[in-house]
Ligand binder design. Structure first.
Ligand code: PLP
Length: 532
């Protein structure tokens, strides 16, 4: 489902209810808005034409390969009679003829810590991106792509020093699963710290965020259960839902009318064929959606879950550490009670600059996951150095290191997000998402602009992540900017000047809601960072 689909059900420009004083919560200050500007018609038409041209050329090239006018460099289907093709036809067509042209924009090798700046290794190709060779040249650029929200992705300072000490004391790995002899005292401390941080009775921590979702959901629900999932949920949630064997129903992204309808229908109908009541009904949502920058409407979801006696599973991968006055995520941001969220999931790869994931819940749920989740039972326990990195960064966020460093980082992230968002909107770019989200997608739409945007910004010393189909709807290609507390005002200004130039050059300032205005920055700053 796309953001456009969301906006189709509403007015032309969709401003979420959060902007207006809510009828349900009249005393709440109306402040933040969550917007999805509709794709301008002309842009949509040109984008489809662009893809059309690429597809036509793709078929011509495929024909040339068939008749040996052009050498086939990709893997070929063996074409064995009676066998179905191994790869889906369109997927391999798309990869061969569209993705290959601009493959250099992805998988760039890095040679440094993924901090506010990053060193990219140069790659060269002599066969139009089919093969690439890494040279010894490195370029230092501003990193706008990593999920390093609080700036803990660093290779010096307290967290790094403590992680190194933990590694010296306990080694890199426990070389065993927690059920055998891999459970370290460090991991026990981490689990109780996480439970305390998010306000739950207990927590279990696992070595990988993806595996936390994909293996814990199947340990919680199974056949005869009903799982109601936001259509933009992350692949790990989708995989976990499918592996569980539960019946999965999907509702429109962050759309409470759709959620209520899906819940009501599922409960009225009961299980397929037998119409027996469901064993369990569980709603699965994320805190911040990483492709849209939208924030879950938690209060409304909690009301619905109570009304329909469902459970709530909340994935806070992007919101934990990045939202809320003390970094406790979307629950704190909306002033909700952690007791209203049955299962709180999160990852350590983003705000904590580490690795792994957690599930925080009541003790009996957590104990159940500890013994039944495949990632807990069959995978090695977490690395001591990684555990220490998480504990050190979490104690800084909580102020338990005796400094206000955590508060400073949280404030810096908030200021950076507000400043960057305002300037981007002023310049006339179409962006998606919530005002408080550190993820800011800028819409590029046309396939040719995906690569041009990435290349032009790289020339100006800025590395960005660009995303296109199939990760987004076909006409909604975008670039996803991730703000960090580690970005200095000077870095952000440099990115803004670069964006202003590239936006004009590639004609990306499409917004009708906020028509383009000149970038409001000191002339001296503009001149300092000017490229052209
Ligand atoms: C919402 C969500 N859940 C889970 C994950 C998986 O986490 P990890 O990358 O730590 O394995 C991600 C990854 O980006 C995510 O965005």
């Amino acid at each position: 489902m796309s953001a456009t689909a969301v906006s189709n059900t509403q007015a032309k420009y969709k401003l979420d209810t959060e902007e207006k004083p809510s009828l349900k919560y009249p005393n709440e200050k109306p402040k933040k808005q969550q917007l999805f500007e509709e794709t301008p018609l002309v842009v949509a038409v040109i984008t489809y034409i662009g893809y059309g041209v690429l597809v036509v050329f793709g078929y011509i090239r495929d024909m040339m390969r068939l008749y040996k006018f052009e050498r086939t460099k990709g893997a070929k289907e063996a074409g064995r009679k009676g066998f179905v093709p191994l790869y889906s036809d369109f997927e391999s067509f798309y990869t061969r003829n569209l993705y290959m042209r601009i493959r250099d924009c992805w998988n760039r090798p890095i040679a440094s810590v993924a901090g506010a700046e990053i060193e990219l290794m140069e790659r060269v190709t002599e066969d139009y991106n089919w093969t690439m060779t890494t040279t010894t040249n490195k370029t230092k650029v501003i990193n706008m792509g990593s999920y390093n929200y609080l700036g803990f992705g660093e290779c010096e300072g307290l967290c790094t020093n403590q992680a190194v000490s933990a590694m010296k004391e306990c080694g890199v790995s426990t070389c065993s699963s927690r059920m055998e002899i891999g459970m370290s005292s460090l991991q026990k401390q981490l689990e109780s710290m996480v439970a305390r941080f998010v306000g739950k009775e207990d927590a279990v921590c696992l070595g990988m965020g993806f595996a936390t979702n994909s293996t814990c959901i199947p340990s919680l629900i199974g056949p005869g259960c009903c799982l109601v999932s936001d259509e933009l949920n992350h692949a790990s949630l989708v995989l976990g839902s499918r592996l569980s064997g539960a019946k999965v129903y999907v509702f429109k992204h962050n759309d409470m009318v759709s959620l209520e309808k899906v819940l009501k229908d599922a409960i009225v109908q009961g299980q397929p064929r037998t119409h027996r009541p469901w064993k369990k009904v569980i709603i699965v949502v994320e805190g911040i959606y990483s492709m849209e920058g939208s924030i879950v409407k938690l209060k409304e979801i909690i009301e619905l879950k109570k009304k329909y006696k469902a459970y709530l599973y909340l994935d806070e991968a992007h919101s934990i550490g990045a939202l809320g006055p003390t970094g406790r995520g979307v629950v704190e941001y909306f002033g909700c009670s952690p007791s209203d969220v049955d299962v709180m999931m999160g990852t350590f790869t983003k705000s904590f600059g580490a690795a792994g994931g957690y599930i925080a819940a009541n003790k009996n749920i957590v104990d159940h996951i500890r013994s039944l989740s495949h990632a807990s039972a069959y995978s090695a326990a977490m690395s001591p150095a990684v555990i220490q990195q998480i504990m050190s960064s979490m104690s800084i966020i909580m102020g338990e290191d005796g400094t206000d460093n955590g508060q400073i980082r949280l404030k810096q992230l908030k200021d950076n997000v507000r400043y960057f968002r305002e300037k981007i909107q002023d310049m006339g770019f179409i962006i998606y998402g919530h005002d408080a989200s550190p993820i800011i997608p800028i819409l590029l739409y046309m396939p040719a602009k995906i690569a041009a945007f990435s290349h032009e910004l790289l020339k100006r010393g800025v590395a960005v992540v660009v995303v296109g189909f199939p990760a987004t709807p076909i006409i909604e290609s975008r670039s996803r900017f991730c703000l960090s507390a580690a970005h200095t005002p000077e870095m952000i200004d440099k990115v803004l000047v670069a964006l202003d130039e590239v936006g004009d050059k590639l004609q990306l300032k499409y917004s009708k809601m906020r028509p383009a205005r000149p970038l409001k920055l000191d002339e001296s700053i503009k001149n300092k960072f000017k490229y052209e």
